[in-house]
Structures are given as C-alpha cells and as structure tokens.
Design a binder for this molecule. Structure first.
Ligand code: SIN
Length: 293
C-alpha cells in the first residue's frame, strides 16, 4: 500500500484500493480536531468515500463532537418514534438478536432527505467474522455504457422501508409492531433520482439501495428487470472495499455515493457498534454538461 503524507504533520492517508476507500493514520479523534486536520479529513472523505481510523476508543461525547464537525447528527427514525432523542444508536448482534444489516443499502434512503454521512465506532468485535463491505456508487455509474447512463439519468425510483425491514422492526425487542406500523405510515415512498449528483464533488453516482421499490413510470416487471441488473453491479468485488474490524476502529462514510453491508458470518457471537448519522439533503440530479439530459 502506498502511503501519502499530508500537509498536517503526522497525518497519513493510504488508499485501500484504486477505486475507493482509505485508511488515515496519525490522528487522535478523541481530541478536538484543528481546522486544518478536520478540513483534510473532510476532503479525504469526499475523495475516498469511506475512510477508516484504527483504535479510536471514543466516548459518546467524543463521538458526538466528531459528528458535530460534519453537520447535524440525526435521530434514527424508529428510535425517534419510540420517544428517544439520542442521536447515538447502538447496533448489537448476539445469539438472541441476529445481525440485521446484511443487505446492501444506503442508510434510510426511504426518507425524503436521507443522511449524508455515517460515523461508526466499533465497541465489541467478534473473534472472527463481522466485517463490513462498502461499494462505490460512483464506480457503479462509471461502469455503465454511456447509453445506459443516459437512460438512468432520466429515471426516478420510489424508495420504501419495505416488508423485510418492517418485519425486522416488528420482531425487534427494541421497537416492535407499533413502531413498525407508525414508521410505515410516517414514511410513504420517497422518490429519488436514479443518478444522484454528489452535492460537493458533482460526481454522478448510481443511487441504488436495498430500499428501492420501483422505477417511476415503469411496470413492476420492467422495473424489477432494470433495477435487478443495476443492483447486481455492486456485487462486483472490484467496486468494493472490505474492512476487518478491530476494537475501537472508526469508519466514516459518504452515504450519497456508497452502499454498505454488515456481514452476518460472526453469528452467534457478540458484535456491538455505535453509529451516528449526519442529516443530509434531498438527493438531486444535475447534468454535468448541457448535452446530458
Ligand atoms: C449499518 O450501518 O448498516 C451497520 C454497519 C455495521 O454494523 O458495520
């Protein structure tokens, strides 16, 4: 792995693949970050889409302080409906609570304004398994032919929590049937462009997610066929980065340009992570050149 030294003394950014993902060393996220260090990290996130830091044993307050630098931390909608106001959520897998995030998705894409960034701090990591995968939606878009890119750019997709997610919510000890019902009522399908322009870099992403329901204006069969193909693009390992967690690692990812999937191959071992998401804006599509639709 090539290392690249930055203007910030001691901070080193190493790419994990030629596609995306980087590990940042030489920074202590428990301490307040100087503006220069934060700007470097923020730029690295825009460039690499997901960045990793080893061994950062953050308290909730330190985790929140880091999140605050990126924007406004949001409360996970099911937790908000359960009356909670805490913007930190814990995802715990154990023998009684099997893993629930082993599907490709971008978080809460069923909201009209899905989160822009997520910050995860590993608290308890199993001895084996339990890695997380990310896929680059920029690379997925770039890999399509110009003809299919142009077709996709004209399409919008309805995103919805979906039967599987609501069923998991219904069965969970934390939430249960009442929250699942209220969530479904509060979140009617959100319509998002299939090609999403990144609000900072302007790059185009193929905005797929496990929460997609149907392409607007297509029959169910047409939509399933096209979305099935597009979703299959992120199964290509060359578009992915995989993180083997160690206790207290931090991952920060760009929700607009990635999907992630937390594997369940550690079950029934205990795995506990703390996550905070940063509120985002309504996804949009902006053509790069006037010739694009
Ligand atoms: C998620 O945010 O979907 C979970 C990620 C993880 O537990 O690695």
């Amino acid at each position: 792995m090539d290392g690249s030294v930055c203007a910030v003394p001691g901070l080193r950014i190493r790419k994990l693949t030629s596609t995306f993902g980087a590990q940042i060393d030489g920074v202590d996220l428990r301490q307040p970050l100087s503006n220069e260090t934060f700007t470097t990290i923020q730029a690295a996130l825009v460039e690499h889409q997901v960045i990793f830091f080893r061994a950062q044993d953050l308290t909730e307050a330190q985790h929140r302080a880091l999140a605050d630098r990126f924007g406004l931390p949001g409360v996970y909608p099911p937790a908000r409906l359960a009356g909670k106001t805490d913007d930190m959520s814990y995802i715990e897998d154990n023998a009684e609570s099997p893993p629930k995030a082993d599907d490709w998705h971008t978080d809460i894409s069923w909201a009209a304004e899905p989160p822009k960034i997520a910050i995860l701090n590993a608290r308890i990591i199993p001895e084996h398994g339990g890695d997380t995968l990310w896929a680059s939606l920029f690379a997925a878009y770039d890999g399509l032919s110009p003809t299919l890119q142009a077709i996709c750019a004209r399409l919008s997709v309805r995103h919805h929590p979906g039967a599987d997610f609501l069923e998991k919510l219904k069965r969970s000890k934390q939430f249960g049937p009442d929250i699942a019902e209220r969530l479904a009522a509060e979140f009617p399908p959100a319509v998002h462009p299939l090609v999403r322009t990144h609000p900072v870099s302007g790059r185009q992403a193929l905005f797929v997610s496990g929460f997609m329901d149907q392409i607007v204006g297509m029959s169910r069969a047409e939509s399933d066929l096209l979305l099935g193909y597009l979703k299959s693009r992120i199964e290509d390992p060359n578009l992915q980065v995989r993180w083997r967690w160690r206790p207290f690692d931090v991952a920060i990812w760009d929700e607009a340009s990635t999907n992630h999937r937390a594997l369940s191959d550690h079950y029934p071992q205990l795995r506990r992570v703390r996550r905070c998401t940063i509120e985002g804006e309504r996804p949009f599509y902006r053509p790069v050149s006037p010739n694009e639709t």
